[in-house]
Ligand binder design. Structure first.
Ligand SMILES: O=C(O)CCC(=O)C(=O)O
Length: 278
């Protein structure tokens, strides 16, 4: 890791991540990286890649989503692979190797009322294992009014898999297959006081780091002034393998891997650790 760019992660931050399932990392992107990210997002919005999953809004605003962006855009590749971010991931994962699972974009323009439903991510993913870490980078100042992410503290330790649902009307996937081992998501929004819900207001370049089982969601962006550009990168560690179970997102699956295989492949490149392949 290049310490001129980013200071070492403190053990207290790693402990907080392990306990709460989420931590904040201020200024996780350098200023040039933030500029590169914003330029890449603008180009993606003008010319969306193949996994575009924009959501229809009632009346105003626009919710632009897409995934596997680095495969088609060198700036997303640069940020997710050739930066200090995999080094940070390696420290939080406590792993000898790091794979880039995929990256994803969530842009809620000002005045987009669509909430992001409460969910956890691992049930959507064709992988299993405990070392799963997402970064969610703020491209803008983000507050509850503009739809910053909220988390249920410690929910990664529940070890519960909630049935995936589509976030809204989308071109990419109409529905998820039901997995009998998954359970329905409880009505968290109408019982918020029953849960330990936390959030941070973010400045551009800040990142939220969270575990694949941490339950999270977001309000719509009701601000008329702030865009809410969110860019997520998902990294995995040593104990994560491919999982061919039903109910996962078919745009994330891989035809060449069998159930139980390590992820190392063109689609999920090993970006840190011996034998980095791409
Ligand atoms: O940005 C959003 O609205 C959703 C983000 C999210 O759910 C994720 O990154 O896992």
């Amino acid at each position: 890791m290049n310490n001129d760019i980013f200071p070492n992660i403190e053990q207290a931050q790693i402990d907080a991540y392990n306990k709460d399932g989420v931590v904040i990392l201020r200024n996780a992107l350098t200023a040039p990286m933030l500029t590169e990210l914003r330029t890449a997002i603008a180009s993606e919005i003008l010319n969306p890649g193949p996994y575009y999953h924009g959501y229809a809004t009632k009346g105003s605003g626009k919710f632009h989503g897409n995934m596997r962006l680095w495969e088609n855009n060198p700036s997303f590749r640069n940020i997710s692979q050739n930066s200090h971010l995999p080094d940070i991931a390696q420290q939080f994962l406590g792993s000898t190797k790091v794979n880039l699972f995929y990256d994803q974009l969530f842009v809620k323009e000002a005045g987009t009322p669509i909430p992001t439903r409460w969910h956890n991510d691992l049930p959507y993913w064709p992988i299993r294992g405990s070392q799963t870490l997402s970064f969610w980078f703020a491209g803008d100042k983000s507050t509850r009014e503009s739809g910053v992410l909220e988390f249920i503290r410690g929910s990664h330790l529940w070890d519960r898999y909630f049935q995936p649902e589509v976030f809204g009307k989308t071109r990419a996937i109409d529905a998820y297959e039901k997995n009998p081992d998954y359970e329905p998501m409880p009505d968290i929004e109408n019982h918020r006081d029953d849960y330990d819900i936390i959030h941070w207001d973010l400045e551009p370049g800040d990142a939220l780091l969270f575990h694949g089982l941490t339950v999270h969601g977001a309000a719509g962006n009701t601000s008329q002034a702030l865009r809410r550009r969110g860019y997520a990168i998902r990294y995995t560690g040593d104990d994560v393998v491919y999982d061919a179970r039903i109910g996962t997102n078919k745009h994330l699956s891989n035809d060449t891997l069998a159930d139980g295989d390590p992820l190392d492949s063109d689609q999920y490149p090993r970006v840190r650790g011996l034998q980095a392949c791409k």
